[in-house]
Design a binder for this molecule. Structure first.
Ligand code: NAD
Ligand code: IPM
Ligand code: MN
Length: 359
């Protein structure tokens, strides 16, 4: 088997602390399941690089990365030194858009051993797949400032919804819902207030649903959907949303399931024309950076998702994914766990325990 080529980019803040644990478990799983990997570390796409070079990445970043099968990514952001829109549009958002990683898959599950902040919820009550459109929608660079510095100062930022962009994410979501036991899909909308883009989104959902008669589907305005996530998370299976709504739901969901410190994500180009990117849902967490108390499980679970994607259905890769998730579950129950889960463990303690559980 040809080795999977993986670009490793740790980024900023706790990205640098959780990445070694992600790599530790990734390599352990690859050894155990005999999956050849070729890892290469890149020391750019972080804010120290920006402070030195005036840009987040070298000009030929696209050529340097495009031959890789995947990018294993920590987190970017150092808002005290570099404005967030500069660092993120100079790195992560470029990867997502230029490598056409249009599916952002974010599983949310209440895991055994994790205290749930919602009353009377048990394992199994929260088990959903958030599918976030990842290349267009509200995240656009269309717009601008006019009459700056005057009383007429005006700022506009457009949302962009293309038929291709909307249909391909909905198709992915319906396909996934169709493969899951509950066969249920929820679409996040806001067609009462946003009178152009969201009615269009709703129309495309309705059209796509016709191809999947086995899938039950519903839609909620995003405001009440956030309330339902808290009050009745067991109602949801696959949740599909535009870029911004999906971003919000994918922090809310993991918080309802205990901590964002364990939430993984896969930014996928399903056609495999370009590398896909695997990263925690969380950011660089400057508030805890330097203490080595960040939970590395989101990073480690993202490694599992990466192996699954790279295997493209191969049984050994599926087994490696399942074994990592089982090792995570074991450590969540038995410890050690980091402070976000009420423990005292440090980042490497958790990584090492998961590696041991895997063996
Ligand atoms: P954040 O996710 O970095 O942190 C939010 C809160 O969650 C913080 O209190 C943090 O300590 C905690 N937290 C996050 N990850 C944790 C972990 N693994 N273990 C324990 N606690 C954890 O979000 P923020 O504070 O809004 O953003 C900080 C920076 O990260 C900003 O620059 C932002 O733009 C960036 N960011 C980057 C990404 C990314 O690279 N994918 C994602 C989100 C935010
Ligand atoms: C995420 C992050 C990013 C996003 C930011 C850092 C641009 O919040 O991956 O969820 O909004 O997509
Ligand atoms: Mn986010």
């Amino acid at each position: 088997m040809k080795a999977h080529r993986i670009a490793v980019i740790a980024g900023d803040g706790i990205g640098k602390e959780v990445m070694p644990e992600g790599v530790r478990v990734l390599e352990a799983a690859a050894r155990k399941f005999d999956i050849p990997l070729e890892l290469r570390t890149f020391d750019w796409a972080h804010c120290d690089y920006y402070l030195k070079h005036g840009k987040m990445m070298p000009d030929d970043w696209f050529e340097q990365l495009r031959g890789f099968d995947a990018i294993f990514f920590g987190a970017v952001g150092m808002p005290s030194k570099v404005p967030d829109h500069v660092s993120l549009w100079g790195s992560l958002l470029k990867f997502r858009r230029d490598f056409d990683q249009y599916v952002n898959l974010r599983p949310v599950r209440l895991m055994p051993g994790v205290p749930c902040p919602l009353a009377n919820r048990k394992v199994g009550d929260i088990d959903m797949m958030i599918i976030r459109e990842n290349t267009e929608g509200e995240y656009s660079s269309v717009g601008g400032r006019m009459f700056e510095g005057t009383e007429r100062e005006t700022v506009m930022q457009e949302s962009v919804f293309t038929r291709k962009g909307v249909d391909r994410i909905l198709k992915y979501a319906f396909e996934l819902a169709n493969r899951r036991p509950k066969k249920h899909l929820t679409s996040a909308t806001k067609s009462n207030g946003m009178s152009i883009s969201m009615p269009y989104w709703d129309e495309r959902v309705e059209a796509m649903a016709k191809h999947y008669p086995q899938v039950r589907w519903d839609k909620y305005h995003i405001d009440i959907l956030t309330a339902r996530f808290v009050l009745s998370p067991d109602r949801f299976d696959v949740v599909v949303a535009s870029n911004l709504f999906g971003d919000i739901l994918s922090d809310l969901g993991p918080a309802c399931a205990g901590t964002i410190g364990i939430a993984p994500s896969a930014n996928m180009n399903p056609e495999r024309t370009f590398p896909s990117l695997f990263e925690p849902v969380h950011g660089s967490a400057p508030d805890i950076y330097g203490q080595n108390i960040a939970n590395p499980i989101a990073m480690i679970w993202s490694a599992a998702m990466m192996l699954d994607f790279l295997g493209n259905g191969d049984v050994r890769h599926v087994a490696a994914h399942d074994a990592i998730v089982a090792a995570i579950e074991k450590v969540l129950v038995e410890g050690p766990v980091t402070p976000d889960l009420g423990g005292k463990a440090r980042t490497p303690d958790v990584g090492k325990a998961i590696e041991a559980a895997l063996a």
